[in-house]
Write a protein that binds this ligand. Structure first.
Ligand SMILES: [Zn+2]
Length: 505
């Protein structure tokens, strides 16, 4: 500055001063501006950083919330799937396999139950095949072909190439078609009954004290087979008792409603029953079989001991397997798969099993075996009736003893065969409407009551059906040629091994 003062002129000084002033002024303005700009930039950066942090935080929180939403949704889903799994298990336990599979399918691969559910689907698919085929068979035997077709169609997707499913479906479709050509039947209904067959007449007619009783009330295998062939040749067809009446509940009360019976045009209906299907020693030592069994195919067969002491398994020495084979060979002998009614007492057990010895160590096994046979019989068209527990004469016995007897039957036999509304009077000794014992039987659910008579008899109201059955036995074969003519010819049937009948038993 001093040098400038010395060497420069005034105007130069002025210029310098102005310049200096300008500089001072300029910097006085610009520095704060620049500084302020710097500050602003800093703030912006800080703001940006803050925003970035906030954004990050927001994203983190969003992620947490999303996770929570996802977890909650998964939990809801898991719970729903768990519920489906449990419902699947219930349906599976009820053998409602199709429903079970639908439930198991809802379990996704993320679920802990997934693998078990997949295994259950496989199991259900395997088990439902025989189950639904059998079920369709039972339904079809009740004449409900449409329902049987529906059932098999519903499972056919699971077994697209299964021959059995295809052939059964075809069978029911054909039956449904054939139903259209049935005609109403309004004539008499024949009902005949037998006792177990005499498989070994040489044991029966050995002259002992029992011979005459068996001669009166039983028929031999050869007689039964001849009767069967003649009945079939005379155009009879086995019908089920429920082809005539059905139980309905009207105003809270069970009533019997007549059904229109429609049969193939040339056929006449026949109900078959077998009484006292038990095989205590006094019978088997006199020529009956010893018990019914299931063979390796699951079909009903018989076990007996021949007069020479050999153990025999057979399909042709008792009514049930004989009828089974006959119907298989002649399907037009059975309307909708009907076979016969098995009238059971309880005091000698049933079907050859000691279901009456409740305290015996072998009771559970006897019961279990009997149950297996009952199941098979039901599947193959046989039905059951009560024949009282100890074969009491309902007319002669007191109300109290009939009551006790009936309840014991329900406990020991009814618990095995399941519900039945049929009561077959032992000795054909019936009680009639108005009698308290009759009312008792009705109150116990027996509204179809069978007695014995020489010709067809049927009386029905909404409360009950009373029907007579013809006894086909030695007495009938010897003495009832004329009245049995429409069914078969007694003379040609009578087994020459029979001795003459003696009066009395
Ligand atoms: Zn009897």
């Amino acid at each position: 500055m001093i040098i400038l003062q010395t060497n420069l002129n005034l105007s130069a000084h002025k210029t310098i001063i102005i310049a200096l002033l300008g500089f001072v002024l300029l910097t006085g303005f610009t520095v704060p501006i620049l500084y302020s700009q710097y500050e602003t930039q800093k703030q912006i950066r800080a703001q940006k950083e803050l925003y970035a942090q906030q954004l990050q935080e927001q994203k983190r929180q969003e992620a947490v919330i999303n996770q929570q939403i996802e977890d909650a949704a998964r939990a809801i889903q898991d719970e729903a799937e768990r519920e489906s799994y449990l419902k699947g298990n219930t349906a599976y336990a009820d053998k409602d396999y199709l429903q079970a599979i639908e439930f198991y399918k809802k379990i996704t691969s993320k679920n802990a139950d997934y693998q078990t559910a997949q295994d259950q689907i496989k199991k259900s698919t395997t088990e439902m095949h025989p189950h639904y085929l059998a079920k369709a068979g039972v339904i079809s035997k009740q004449g409900n072909y449409q329902e049987a077709i529906k059932l098999l169609t519903s499972i056919s997707a699971y077994y697209p190439d299964d021959a059995q499913v295809k052939s059964d479906l075809l069978k029911y479709q054909q039956a449904l078609e054939a139903e259209k050509s049935l005609v109403a039947y309004n004539g008499l209904i024949e009902h005949i009954f037998f006792h177990p067959l005499l498989a070994y007449p040489s044991l029966t007619f050995d002259g002992d004290v029992d011979s005459n009783g068996f001669n009166q009330y039983f028929v031999t295998v050869s007689e039964f087979e001849k009767i069967l062939n003649q009945i079939y040749a005379n155009n009879y067809i086995l019908i089920n008792e429920n082809a005539l009446y059905e139980e309905k509940v009207e105003d809270g009360k069970t009533v019997l409603v007549p059904k229109e019976l429609k049969l193939p045009s040339n056929k006449k209906p026949l109900i078959l029953s077998v009484d006292d299907v038990n095989y205590p020693d006094y019978k088997s030592t006199n020529g009956t079989i010893s018990k019914l069994i299931l063979d390796s195919d699951g079909s009903v067969a018989t076990y007996s001991v021949s007069p020479r002491g050999e153990e025999v398994i057979s399909h042709d020495n008792e009514i049930i397997p004989i009828i089974d084979a006959f119907v298989a060979e002649h399907p037009d002998f059975s309307f909708q798969g009907a076979k016969g009614i098995l009238a059971l007492t309880g005091y000698y057990g049933i079907l050859g099993y000691n279901t009456n010895k409740l305290d015996s160590p072998s009771y559970p096994e006897e019961r279990q075996t009997a149950l297996g046979i009952i199941e098979r019989l039901k599947e193959t068209g046989w039905t059951f009736a009560s024949h009282g527990y100890s074969h009491l004469d309902a007319r002669a016995e007191s109300y109290q003893s009939l009551e006790k007897d009936t309840l014991q039957w329900k406990k020991e036999v009814g618990s095995l065969i399941g519900p039945t509304n049929i009561y077959v009077y032992p000795f054909g000794s019936s009680v009639l409407p108005g009698n308290p014992k009759f009312q008792f039987l009705l109150d116990q659910g027996f509204n179809i009551l069978y007695s014995v008579g020489p010709t067809p008899y049927l009386k029905a109201s909404t409360d009950y059906v009373m029907m007579d059955r013809r006894h086909i036995d030695g007495i009938a074969l010897y003495n009832q040629e004329a009245i049995l003519k429409n069914l078969f010819d007694t003379k040609s049937v009578l087994d020459p091994v029979r001795p003459p009948l003696k009066a009395g038993s």
